[in-house]
Design a protein around this ligand. Structure first.
Ligand code: CP
Length: 297
C-alpha cells in the first residue's frame, strides 16, 4: 500500500512526477476525468478545515469517484471514546483510500499502521501537512524552475507550529538548491530538526528580505497550539506583511500563504500581482487529484 503519511515518503523523483501530474490534472479540470470511477474515498476530518477537505472532495468528484465523509470529531464515534485505530480499521474497510486530518503528531502514522487501504495525511497536529507541501511546490513550480535553478524563499511567522512550513522546508531539502530565510521571533523559531544550518535567520520582516526573496511564504500564528492566551498574544502580531512593506518585493516574486489568514497579510495586498495565495488554494484540487491517483496506483 502507498500511504502518504509523511513528506519524507516522497523522494525527488516522486515530487517531480507529482508536479507534472498536477499540471496535467489542472488542464483536465474543466472536463474532469474518470480516474476514480468506481472508487470510494473516505474524507475523515477530525479537526476544522475548509481548503483541504473541500479540495480533496472536489478532486474526487472531478475524477469520477465518490466520497464518504466525517467532518468534525464530534460527529464520529471518537466522541464516545472510540480510538483512532478502531475508527480507521472500520472506515478503511468502507473505502479505497482514507484522507485523514487529526490533531496528534503521530496520528497519521498510527492510522496507516492499522488501515486496510492507503492513508493520506491531510494534516497531523503541528508536525506534518504533506499534501499542502506538494501543492505549495506545484504553485512555486508554476513560476520558478525550482527543480533546476532552486528558489529563494522566506518563511515568515509561526515556524514552530506551522505544519505547512515544516513540510515545505523538507520538500525543498529533498529537491536541493533552495536558499532559505527564516523570519520569526525566538518563540516561533523553526525547530532545529527541520533546519540545515544554512538558512539566514531574522526576527522581523525587513525590506531587505522582501527584496531578496522569490517567494515570501506567510503563515498564521497557530493560536490553537498555544498553552495560554498570554503566550499567544505576546507573539501574534510579530510578523505582519503590510501593503507598504510589500512594495519592496520584485514584480515577479510570489506571496504564498496556506490560509486561513488572520491579520498577517493585509487584505489590500490581495490585488497586487505578487499575491498568489488564492491561486495556491485553487491548486489544491488538481494537486490532490494527482496525489489520490498516486496513492491508488
Ligand atoms: N491550508 C489548509 O490546511 O487549510 P484548511 O485548514 O482550511 O484545510
Amino acid at each position: 500500500m502507498k500511504h502518504i503519511v509523511s513528506i519524507s515518503d516522497l523522494g525527488r523523483d516522486d515530487l517531480k512526477k507529482l508536479v507534472e501530474q498536477s499540471a496535467k490534472a489542472k488542464k483536465m479540470l474543466p472536463i474532469g476525468t474518470n480516474d476514480l470511477s468506481g472508487k470510494v474515498i473516505a474524507s475523515v476530518f477530525l479537526e476544522p478545515s475548509t481548503r483541504t477537505r473541500l479540495s480533496f472532495e472536489a478532486a474526487v468528484a472531478r475524477s469520477g469517484g465518490q466520497c464518504i465523509t466525517v467532518s468534525g470529531g464530534q460527529f464520529s464515534s471518537i466522541s464516545k471514546g472510540e480510538t483512532l485505530e478502531d475508527t480507521i480499521k472500520v472506515i478503511s474497510q468502507y473505502a479505497d483510500a482514507v484522507v485523514l486530518r487529526q490533531s496528534e503528531n503521530d496520528g497519521a502514522v498510527r492510522a496507516a499502521g492499522v488501515s486496510a487501504c492507503p492513508v493520506i495525511n491531510a494534516g497531523a497536529g503541528s508536525a506534518e501537512h504533506p499534501t499542502q507541501a506538494v501543492l505549495d511546490l506545484f504553485t512555486i513550480a508554476e513560476r520558478f524552475d525550482v527543480f533546476s535553478a532552486g528558489v529563494k524563499i522566506a518563511f515568515v511567522g509561526d515556524l514552530k507550529y506551522g505544519r505547512t512550513v515544516l513540510s515545505l522546508a523538507q520538500v525543498l531539502q529533498t529537491i536541493g538548491g533552495a536558499q532559505v530565510a527564516l523570519v520569526a521571533p525566538d518563540e516561533l523559531a523553526m525547530p532545529k530538526k527541520y533546519t540545515t544550518g544554512a538558512e539566514q535567520t531574522h526576527h522581523q520582516l525587513t525590506p531587505e528580505v522582501l527584496a531578496w526573496a522569490d517567494v515570501v511564504y506567510m503563515t498564521r500564528v497557530q493560536k490553537e497550539r498555544f498553552n495560554s492566551s498570554e503566550a499567544y498574544n505576546a507573539v501574534k502580531d510579530s510578523c505582519i506583511l503590510t501593503h507598504e512593506l510589500a512594495q519592496n518585493m520584485r514584480p515577479d516574486a510570489m506571496i504564498l500563504h496556506p490560509l486561513p489568514r488572520v491579520n498577517e497579510v493585509e487584505t489590500n495586498i490581495d490585488t497586487m500581482p505578487q499575491a498568489h495565495y488564492f491561486t495556491q488554494a485553487a491548486n489544491g484540487v488538481p494537486v490532490r487529484m494527482a496525489l489520490i491517483n498516486w496513492a491508488l496506483s
